[in-house]
Design a protein around this ligand. Structure first.
Ligand SMILES: [Zn+2]
Ligand SMILES: [Zn+2]
Length: 462
């Protein structure tokens, strides 16, 4: 039976930002005791929070021990807790806390004299205040710190004082991760550090949102980098060894300003389309990148996801060519917006000249085709969509190179287009309108147009 705190002679109170385990250690130490294995075990059950019945029981035991002087916040401790592995960003709980190893910032410990709750968060490795690495092993005996092994007043079992450990600077990645966690509203830092936290960190988010954001951010990165053809098995085995929240790139993404965020996503998107020279790129429905785009339309799951959603939506608005097909079509992210608008202007002028010579499609005939044949894209078949994209890309590059209209003689002669396609006055309209028309013509016509365009491009002298 654990003896309630009210029965001890020395009764220290819990400090703001102090960890529960650290407080118990300090309280017991003040009375000449150490943390028993049993108490450590109870703490572990509450901290991990994985088994169904253990955490509430552990909570009650610890609350009884503390008595009325320290009231634990039930909702915080007993919220559903498991490591978010695969929740599609729907995660709304925080992960369990680490009771082992016990981590310390030696400078915080010297200044405050207590163990900070921040150091119990999984995988935290740095102090965001002092920008140094946390210790979880003794520098003399090398043993991992645990509450039941520590001697009172912050000494290792070997007799070494924890605060005597040398200072090691934290890496930028470790620091970023620690800052992200420390900025959560439900993490309280010791009062004396109130004015030492960067104001940019106080952004009004919860710890669970950090973890959900980290999860989604790492999925986003996968979506951006991964080609659908790449083996998913390879990725899975890699993921096993590298938990998503240890990812510096993702932590940096979450900390970024909206503009920086957009820039980062675009940069990785450009890497994804490395080797593509065409104006338009497409992503199939099965691609991870496509799923990323769906994410933008599906509700909001917290602070960081909303932040990412806004950036992704902006990128889509800027780069996507909206066509009623199952693939997503993008302006090549490797091509700058200025370059792109120049090539759109060229295309408009070149197309205006070319289309003057293309016969007009009889509306009767058009309607007849619409009734008698199924337009190709209705099937959502990738090969049709690729053919469509190739036509648009070849026309754009022909326009960009100011290709001789004579080369397009056969194209002009054999194809018929509706009148409105000859009257495009807005540079940003040409590709969408042309693309839209190509989605409604029958498949044999689409391939025919495709071969006429290829013929014209071949006619170029080498
Ligand atoms: Zn510190
Ligand atoms: Zn030691």
């Amino acid at each position: 039976m654990l003896i309630p705190h009210s029965q001890y002679p020395v009764r220290q109170t819990m400090e703001k930002g102090e960890s529960l385990a650290g407080y118990l250690y300090r309280f017991q130490g003040g009375n000449g005791h150490r943390i028993t294995r049993r108490l450590e075990h109870t703490l572990g059950a509450l901290y991990r929070g994985t088994a169904t019945d253990a955490p509430p029981a552990a909570f009650d035991t610890l609350q009884t021990l503390l008595g009325t002087s320290t009231v634990l916040e039930r909702t915080w401790w007993l919220r559903k807790r498991r490591l978010p592995k695969c929740s599609n960003g729907h995660e709304n709980s925080r992960p369990g806390l680490d009771v082992v190893p016990v981590r310390f910032c030696v400078l915080c410990l010297s200044e405050c004299g207590f163990h900070s709750a921040l150091w119990e968060l999984p995988l935290i490795a740095a102090c965001p205040i002092h920008q140094i690495q946390l210790y979880e092993c003794c520098v003399v005996c090398g043993k991992t710190f645990s509450w039941s092994d520590l001697m009172p007043d912050w000494f290792c079992a070997c007799g070494q004082s924890i605060t005597n450990a040398p200072i090691r600077l934290a890496s930028p990645g470790q620091l970023l991760f620690a800052q992200l966690l420390a900025g959560s509203d439900d993490i309280h830092l010791p009062s004396r550090f109130n004015d030492r936290v960067e104001p940019s960190l106080a952004q009004g988010y919860q710890l669970s949102e950090v973890y959900a954001g980290l999860e989604w951010g790492s999925r986003l990165r996968q979506a951006l980098c991964r080609n659908s053809r790449q083996s998913s098995q390879q990725n899975q085995s890699k993921r096993k060894y590298r938990p998503f929240w240890s990812d510096d790139w993702v932590a940096a993404l979450l900390m970024a300003s909206p503009d920086e965020l957009k820039h980062r996503i675009l940069r990785i998107l450009a890497r994804r389309f490395r080797g593509h020279k065409d104006l338009l790129c497409s992503v199939s429905k099965l691609d991870w990148l496509y799923r990323m785009m769906l994410f933008v339309d599906t509700g909001s799951y917290g602070y960081f996801q909303t932040k990412i959603q806004v950036a992704v939506a902006q990128i889509q608005a800027e780069y996507q060519l909206k066509l009623p097909i199952s693939s997503a079509v993008f302006y090549n992210p490797r091509i700058s917006p200025t370059w792109r608008s120049q090539s759109q202007i060229r295309l408009m002028h070149w197309w205006a000249n070319l289309s003057k010579h293309i016969g007009e499609l009889n509306p009767e005939m058009f309607r007849h085709q619409q009734i008698k044949t199924t337009p190709p894209i209705k099937y959502g078949k990738r090969e049709y969509e690729l053919e469509l994209l190739e036509i648009l890309n070849r026309l754009s590059s022909a326009a960009f190179e100011q290709a001789d209209l004579e080369d397009f003689r056969a194209f002009r002669y054999w194809w018929r287009i509706p009148k409105e396609l000859r009257e495009l006055r807005d540079p940003s309209d040409v590709l969408p309108k042309l693309g839209l028309h190509l989605t409604v013509i029958p498949d044999y016509e689409l391939y025919f147009v495709g071969s006429l365009v290829r013929l014209a491009c071949q006619a170029k002298p080498a």
